[in-house]
Write a protein that binds this ligand. Structure first.
Ligand SMILES: [Zn+2]
Length: 304
């Protein structure tokens, strides 16, 4: 499930984008001089736009506007509390830089009825949500936001000391209502996609997470049907061992959850998120001895 990022300039920007898009030259049929007699008929022919012509146009206008931000050469203004310049500053361009890359992948289920419904959700400006990728039940992968751009998929949450996950992650939505298994085709496509992303951006295995891990107080996706074990076997995300060492007596489960990365400000929510990911057969907030053993095992994998 997705969470809006609420950028302040979105409405102003998209208004301008739509205005520009609506003023763009329309595709027009090429007139055939030899068929001048049919000009009237040709003029009446309705031109069919590509299926996502309008949203593609808005995307391009918005992407063009970001180039201006990247090219901005302006020194930082260091003001004191009274609003006066408090320290000298100057812009001096370095010649050594590159583009920032994502270091996490956050996976979601859509909780919607169809992949077409989610495409519609992600192409309506008032929803304010998006993801870099969307995978349909047939395994088709829809790439919706360039990997180097920030999509609005993770929202408010915390993992370790990280809070702005949208700025450092790629979001993958998978067409699934949450109460059903993921299809074989989806899992196959997901593994192919993750392999490409992991290689392209050097993403560590432990940094493939679920939305519920990052936002345990708000989210439950990608849920208990998510194929974490299969993904981990392919190098994406951590999974527990089959044979578990017993957790020590007086095992500090709250500290273990925190050291893995969970936000333990609501420890019950953190336990539920952990169990939905690593236990899956039970997602209550109660920690059985088996759950503690799983936690001890996973904690060691994250902190070794
Ligand atoms: Zn989600």
């Amino acid at each position: 499930m997705f969470t809006p990022g609420k950028p302040l300039c979105t409405y102003i920007f998209l208004f301008v984008a739509i205005a520009i898009a609506s003023c763009s030259p329309k595709l027009a049929p090429v007139k055939n001089n030899a068929a001048a007699a049919n000009a009237t008929t040709a003029a009446k022919t309705k031109v069919v736009k590509p299926p996502y012509f309008t949203t593609d146009s808005i995307y391009n206008v918005k992407a063009d506007s970001l180039v201006g931000i990247v090219k901005l050469q302006q020194s930082v203004m260091l003001m004191d509390s009274s609003g006066l310049l408090a320290a000298p500053s100057e812009w001096v361009a370095s010649v050594n830089f590159g583009i920032r890359k994502a270091n996490y992948v956050i996976m979601h289920y859509t909780a919607q009825d169809s992949v077409q419904q989610t495409i519609r959700t992600f192409t309506l400006k008032h929803t304010e949500v998006s993801a870099h990728y969307l995978i349909g039940k047939d395994g088709k992968v829809y790439h919706m936001v360039n990997d180097y751009l920030r999509s609005n998929h993770a929202g408010v949450g915390k993992w370790g000391s990280l809070t702005d996950m949208n700025s450092i992650s790629l979001g993958i939505e998978i067409d699934n209502k949450g109460n059903e298994p993921f299809t074989t085709a989806q899992t196959k496509s997901l593994i192919l996609l993750l392999a490409q992303l992991k290689k392209a951006y050097a993403i560590p295995q432990a940094n493939f997470l679920g939305h519920q891990d990052f936002a345990p107080k708000r989210k439950v996706d990608p849920g208990t049907y998510f194929p974490w074990k299969i993904l981990s076997e392919n190098g994406f995300g951590i999974w527990r061992d089959d044979v578990l060492e017993p957790a020590p007596e007086n095992f500090d489960y709250k500290t273990a959850l925190k050291l893995i990365g969970y936000d333990v400000s609501d420890v019950n929510a953190a336990i539920v998120a952990f169990k939905r990911h690593f236990v899956q057969t039970d997602s209550t907030a109660r920690l059985s001895q088996l759950d503690l053993n799983v936690l001890y095992n996973v904690y060691q994998k994250f902190t070794m």
